[in-house]
Design a protein around this ligand. Structure first.
Ligand code: FE
Length: 210
């Protein structure tokens, strides 16, 4: 048996081979891959989750529904989830409470709402360490949370998906939902980022170089 990696085709050629084999056996209907790519790139984006977050920050009644039944509340804004995502559990951050999601087994996320998982989310080291030393991992990723802030780590399962509801930055009082949504990143809905200073500086502070 030859274990040399020299004999392994590059990823693009392997993908082409798998696609050709699946098409050849009629397992993939024509156009399916293009449709799927469109969904991944244009529909399942963090903008969906950002709109949900902005609406929850602006509308207490919606937030209450979102915390009670994430899938039903997300559907009010047109967001859908695949049937095997049976629950969308929304985790609300507080001034001194931080939620963080991971999938220790593989790469599960509520991807139709917060977007596809980043490469680092699927990394074995992140998956293994984030549950044991979350504060250290977050610090290494650029966010040093004080010891006084409680961190809760949530391990995604096949049927239960999570989404972090970020803590609303105090300087956003009076902002429109559109302005608020523009502030919300995929990382803030995973929990590797927060949106309030000092973790994230307001744009006008960044412009001053503060
Ligand atoms: Fe997974």
């Amino acid at each position: 048996m030859n274990s040399s990696s020299d004999n392994i085709a590059d990823i693009a050629r392997r993908v082409d081979a798998v696609e050709a084999a699946a098409m050849g056996q009629g397992l993939v209907r024509p156009g399916h891959l293009q449709q799927f790519t469109h969904k991944v790139e244009d529909e399942w984006t963090p903008a969906v989750g950002a709109a949900i977050v902005a609406h929850a920050w602006s509308n207490p009644a919606f937030k209450a529904r979102l915390m009670k039944n994430g899938i039903a509340a997300a559907a009010e804004l047109g967001a859908t989830m695949p049937p095997h995502h049976r629950h969308l559990v929304v985790l609300e951050n507080g001034e001194n409470l931080h939620n963080l999601i991971c999938c220790t087994l593989c790469s599960c996320t509520a991807y139709t709402v917060i977007g596809m998982p980043p490469d680092w989310y699927k990394d074995l080291e992140y998956r293994a360490r984030v549950v044991r030393e979350s504060r250290t991992v977050l610090r290494e990723m650029g966010m040093a949370l004080p010891e006084s802030m409680e961190i809760r780590v949530w391990d995604t399962t096949a049927d239960t998906r999570y989404m972090v509801l970020p803590y609303r930055p105090p300087h956003t009082a009076g902002w429109s939902e559109k302005q608020l949504a523009a502030l919300v990143s995929k990382e803030s809905m995973i929990g590797t980022a927060r949106l309030e200073p000092p973790y994230l500086q307001p744009a006008h502070e960044q412009a001053k170089g503060a």
